[in-house]
Design a protein. Structure first.
Lengths: 880, 109
């Protein structure tokens, strides 16, 4: 055995020396053979030739010899593998601990990194995506806007440094099949429509998968209207049938021909169903809009000229803005503020929303990885120490250090490989869940499963873990591999590692506590209305058919009365938007009338302007505080009335009642306040703003959402509502059936995911850390059994021994906690950016986490400490 | 391994082990000895001895040590290990059994 190890080591490590020896050996043989021939009477040259002939081809012989070495090397590796597996089988706890730790570290990091890579770093699938910019203009800081009028776009297109500017705005239109058209779609569909200038798709580099892209000819005023379908809509509405190209649909009272289906691409600012050229949009192509410098509806996406930097392009924009301000002072002069235009990268604009949450997740996943690294080091070190006897024996028998490290590495390769496989499987599983949620909040494409980037990450992490497992013990436990094996340095290193784990766990737990607090905070919020048993649906009237106030009001009035009449429906009502749906309400200026108790403010205040039907407040469960709600009689513009919320009433009429007061809403005649409703949150994270409600029947509102409060099954409500709308107008779509609860749940989702993921991470970290503490304390108890035995024999009370051990463990924990508090401070900004309601340093949270960690650590110390207390004095003294 | 030799691998191994049973010997010496003993009956290319020697060494049947030859040159001396002795006994017995069997078959034919 000894000789075998030595020989194999020599073979492996000293290959070149082996070669030299072989050379020497064969030359000796040939020389002797030659000499024999010379003695037999041959001349030296001939003798050499004869010797070579008798010997055979030297190179081939050498090859054969080397083959025997190679076979041995492979066998030696296989033997390491067999040996490794055998020793691992005897150390199941160690192997299991390693595999679980590694699987968790890799699974967590692979999943989070795989997702974050796609969302944060991978270039967008556009042509030269780095050259794409979004433009803004206005008078900073208050009024920067993203929309431009057609005249402004023409001006900015002449900016030096920009190759092109494409225009985009979004609309909802109603798509109708044409009578006689084969396969007329069964129901009219409300489609989100991107209205773009002709260069939009060529600029982004998005091709048509079927049919053709837009041409300049399509965008000429008066051109026949054409449509491009997005990939998603084409699959959803037309079952991915390429024959849809060429079909004609009715939209806005005009025939629209589908000319192509777009290849999938990340859409900005949100996913659309169809795209049309600006010439086809009835609003954008209206001459009044085209000629009006103030008619700003289109977003501007630009492409930098090749080689031009963002700064250089900005200089060009500055020049254009200055020229516009000079040429059109009436439009751009704004009480002394300079009018400017600015370009920002499209990439940044598209990735902005998720960045804080992803950074938080990345940081916490990194912490789990760090804890994992520390843990595998610690486990391996413990194992080396545990096997000290065996290792020193092997060392004494001549195994070199590198040979033994190789053995340890081979052993760890199994655990790392098994852990990596389990980790990737874990990542695959969690990625599917994660992406399903995250993809809803972004149009940047994410891979559904483990991507190449994620695999690279898994590989890198597993190599890191492998080296952490073998490298750290090698550096730190150098001594332990030598025969002498002094124990103190090893213990000190292990103690340091455990304290580090405690610190990292603390940081993670703080993040988790904050995330959970944020979630609880959000969940407990009283929105001011009740979300249970309310179904919502969207009804947008077709503006080509419903052209004036009375026609529109008649439809809404009829719809509301029929919805309310459904048996089992408690209340039904409509509004422009429902709370918590994430849409920004219209904002309006208003002024209080002069007869109010306070003089009007110097600056016109703003309030959110909403429209509500008579049944809306009942359907939502928003209580009336004062006065009355709307009735069906509030339908004439001659007697304008409004309902306001308490926030507005309290602010403007702090003393006395607001009912009966008057205020002037921007663009509407003076209206009388007929009622005050309690505040209802529009966004879960924000208290209600000041709000003014207009009666829907006075407003001419076309785009509405309806609420039906009923204990009926959602399916049944949907069927009833569809039947009612169809009977009112067969070409009128109704869609987006959702429960109000689902809106609330959707608002909670990001925080819920963050809290769940980070909470899970911190529990994992806590488990790993507790195991580490128990391990290091237990190990030290094992080492000190004799000492304890002597102490007890000399009369030390048993609880003194217990205290001794506990003190040692808890000192580690205290050191770790102190480091953790310091380390967690720089982490707070990440947490704050990603979470709701965490505004400052939270001493209660810190104290809570510290206490919990201390408790867990004490529990982890308890088992070995109790073992120390029960040391059998006689046995320890007899068997030194 | 069996390049330019009619000998079966096992036979060469057996010959080497048997030769070394006498005492430590370098490769040249082993070749000389085998030739002397077998005369011209067994023709082996002397080079083919070395892969066999290294293989036997890896098998731990023989071990090597550098020493000085009669010609006062450094040479690698091989000698049987304990395992090698056992192997020799086993192989020799095996060989005799086969040889005996073959002989019986031939005499009856």
């Amino acid at each position: 055995m000894i000789g075998r190890i030595r020989k194999r080591l020599r073979t492996l490590v000293q290959r070149s020396r082996h070669e030299r020896e072989l050379d020497l050996e064969l030359r000796f043989h040939l020389d002797m053979l030659t000499a024999q021939h010379v003695r037999a009477g041959l001349p030296p040259a001939a003798a050499r030739r004869a010797a070579l002939q008798a010997f055979g081809p030297v190179a081939a012989v050498k090859d054969d010899v080397r083959d025997t070495w190679l076979v041995r090397m492979v066998e030696s590796a296989l033997q390491d593998v067999r040996y490794g597996l055998r020793t691992l089988a005897t150390a199941r706890a160690f192997a299991l601990g390693m595999i679980v730790t590694i699987a968790l570290a890799i699974g967590v990091n692979t999943a989070i990194f795989g997702m974050s890579y796609a969302l944060l770093f991978r270039p967008l699938p556009f042509e030269s995506p780095a050259d794409l910019v979004v433009l803004q203009h206005g008078t900073p800081p208050s009024s920067m806007r993203r929309t431009f009028s057609p005249l402004e776009l023409e001006d900015y297109r002449r900016t030096s440094g920009l190759d092109a500017i494409a225009e985009l705005h979004t609309m909802w239109f109603i798509l109708l099949g044409r009578p006689g058209d084969h396969g007329r779609s069964a129901a009219p569909q409300r489609v989100s429509t991107g209205v773009v200038s002709a260069e939009y798709f060529t600029m982004l580099g998005v091709p048509a998968a079927y049919g053709r892209p837009l041409t300049a000819e399509d965008d000429r005023p008066g051109a026949p209207a054409v449509l491009l379908l997005t990939d998603e809509y084409w699959r959803r509405a037309f079952n991915a049938d390429p024959r849809v190209v060429g079909r004609v649909f009715e939209m806005n009272d005009r025939p629209h021909t589908v000319v192509g289906v777009l290849a999938p691409f990340p859409q900005h600012p949100q996913p659309m169903d169809v795209y049309m050229p600006t010439s086809a949009c009835p609003f954008r192509s209206n001459p009044a809009v085209v000629q009006n410098r103030d008619a700003r509806m289109g977003r501007a996406i630009g492409r930098l000229r090749a080689g031009v930097t963002l700064e250089e392009a900005q200089a060009g924009l500055d020049a254009t803005a200055a020229r516009l301000e000079r040429d059109h002072p009436a439009v751009y002069a704004s009480n002394g503020n300079q009018y400017v235009a600015a370009a920002a990268s499209l990439d940044g604009a598209m990735r902005r929303e998720l960045r804080p949450t992803l950074l938080l997740l990345l940081v916490t996943a990194g912490l789990v990885l760090l804890i994992g690294c520390v843990s595998v080091s610690n486990l391996t070190l413990a194992r080396i120490t545990h096997r000290a006897a065996e290792l020193s024996l092997r060392s004494a028998l001549g195994a070199s250090r590198s040979r033994m490290v190789r053995q340890l590495l081979t052993e760890n390769i199994f655990t790392v490989a098994a852990g990596t496989a389990a980790g990737v499987a874990l990542a695959q599983l969690s990625l599917r869940l994660l992406t399903a949620y995250v993809q809803r909040s972004t149009s940047v494409p994410i891979d559904q499963g483990v991507s190449l980037a994620a695999l690279v990450c898994a590989g890198a992490v597993s190599i890191l873990l492998l080296f952490a497992s073998a490298g750290v013990p090698l550096i730190g436990g150098r001594a332990s591999l030598a025969a002498a094996l002094p124990r103190r340095p090893v213990r000190r290193i292990r103690s340091g590692l455990v304290a580090g784990q405690v610190a990292l766990s603390f940081v993670l737990s703080i993040a988790a506590v904050l995330a959970v607090r944020s979630l609880l905070h959000l969940q407990a919020i009283d929105t001011g209305f009740s979300t249970t048993n309310v179904q919502t649906m969207r009804v947008d009237l077709n503006f080509t058919r419903y052209r004036n106030g009375p026609v529109i009001s008649a439809f809404w009035r009829e719809l509301e009365s029929r919805l309310s009449a459904i048996p089992g429906v408690l209340a039904a009502g409509g509004a422009g938007t429902v709370p918590l749906d994430g849409q920004q309400p219209a904002s309006t200026l208003y002024t209080l009338e002069v007869n109010s108790s306070r003089p009007p403010d110097a600056f016109a205040p703003r309030a959110n302007l909403r429209v509500a039907s008579p049944g809306y407040f009942d359907a939502l469960g928003q209580r009336l505080a004062e006065g009355r709600g709307f009735t069906r009689a509030d339908d004439s513009r001659d007697r304008p009335v409004v309902v306001i919320n308490q926030a507005l009433a309290r602010r403007r009429w702090p003393a006395g009642s607001a009912v009966g007061r008057q205020l002037r809403v921007d663009g509407i005649a003076i209206a009388t306040v007929i009622g005050v409703v309690e505040d209802a949150r529009q966004r879960l994270e924000e208290p209600a703003g000041e709000e003014i409600y207009l009666p829907m029947l006075q407003s001419g509102q076309l785009s509405t959402q309806w609420l039906v409060r009923s204990a009926l099954q959602p399916d049944e409500i949907e069927a009833r509502v569809r039947a009612i709308v169809r009977s009112l107008d067969p070409d009128q779509p109704v869609d987006n059936f959702r429960s109000l609860d689902s809106f609330r749940e959707a608002s909670l989702l990001p925080t819920r995911v963050a809290a769940t993921v980070v909470g899970l991470f911190s529990v994992l970290a806590l488990i790993i850390t507790a195991v580490g503490i128990a391990g290091v304390v237990g190990f030290s108890v094992q080492q000190r059994r004799q000492e304890f035995g002597i102490r007890l024999a000399l009369g030390a009370p048993r609880r003194r021994v217990l205290a001794l051990v506990l003190r040692q463990g808890l000192a580690l924990v205290a050191a770790g906690l102190a480091a953790g508090v310091l380390a967690s401070l720089p982490m707070l900004p990440f947490v704050r950016a990603a979470l709701f309601g965490i505004d400052r340093f939270d001493p209660a949270g810190f104290a809570l986490v510290a206490a919990a960690l201390f408790f867990v650590a004490a529990a982890a110390c308890a088992a070995p400490a109790l073992r120390a207390m029960r040391v059998d004095v006689l046995r320890e003294l007899r068997n030194p | 391994m069996n390049r330019k030799t009619d000998l079966l691998q096992g036979t060469l191994d057996l010959l080497i082990l048997r030769t070394l049973a006498v005492g430590p010997m370098h490769g040249w010496g082993i070749a000389q000895r085998i030739q002397q003993v077998t005369g011209d009956v067994l023709q082996i290319a002397q080079g083919s001895l070395y892969p066999a020697l290294h293989r036997l060494e890896q098998e731990d049947w023989i071990e090597a040590e550098w020493g000085t030859s009669d010609a006062n040159r450094p040479a690698k001396f091989y000698q049987l290990t304990r395992a090698g002795r056992k192997q020799l006994a086993a192989e020799a017995e095996n060989w005799e059994r086969i040889a005996g069997a073959v002989a019986r078959v031939l005499s009856q034919a």
